[in-house]
Design a protein around this ligand. Structure first.
Ligand code: HEC
Length: 148
């Protein structure tokens, strides 16, 4: 009887861990999708498809900043090898080259912080967006895998 209780407790625990991990994956993907949306909104302004709007810019930069802060916890070791929904998976390099990944996060945080003080109009947005975009793709090139 005692043994059954222990087994049940272990099962309940691992089910909880799976749920927690799915939540984490959802949180990570939601954050990256928001990054994509915000980057798209900024690039529409730069291309002249949308009028310049400071509140959209501020919201986007604030969200990038949140991402930079969250990134160190977005890819816990337990996510290694996990398949995600959508077109991309995290590369195992995130965990194999932790220092490199942390450098990417730091560089991203830095350009976002810089841009926050600078972007006040279309000209400054035009100058800063590629700097941020370069950091997004810099990390993606090495640490994100496009599914075949
Ligand atoms: C430090 C690394 C890093 C930085 C910086 C980063 N990303 Fe990502 N991004 C990833 C990884 C890893 C994935 C793949 C896992 C995933 O989909 O969440 C990803 C996935 C994505 C996806 C696909 C989401 C999906 O599943 O549909 C989008 C869109 C995206 N990133 C946009 C951005 C944008 C825009 C920026 C910059 C403003 C950015 N990312 C900055 C690492 C990064």
């Amino acid at each position: 009887m005692k043994r059954i209780v222990v087994v049940a407790a272990v099962l309940a625990f691992s089910a909880g861990a799976v749920v927690a991990q799915q939540d984490q994956v959802k949180r990570t993907q939601a954050m990256m999708k928001d990054n994509g949306k915000n980057a798209g909104a900024l690039s529409a302004m730069v291309k002249g498809e949308k009028p310049y709007d400071q509140s959209t810019v501020n919201a986007a930069l604030a969200q990038f900043e949140d991402t930079a802060k969250a990134l160190p916890t977005l890819f816990p070791e337990s996510m290694k090898g996990l398949k995600m929904e959508g077109d991309y998976d995290p590369s195992p390099k995130i965990w194999e080259d932790k220092a490199g990944f942390e450098t990417q996060i730091k560089n991203f945080a830095k350009v976002v912080a810089d841009a926050k003080g600078k972007v006040k109009n279309l000209d400054t947005l035009r100058a800063e967006l590629p700097v941020i975009g370069k950091q997004c793709s810099g990390c993606h090139e090495t640490y994100r895998i496009k599914k075949g």
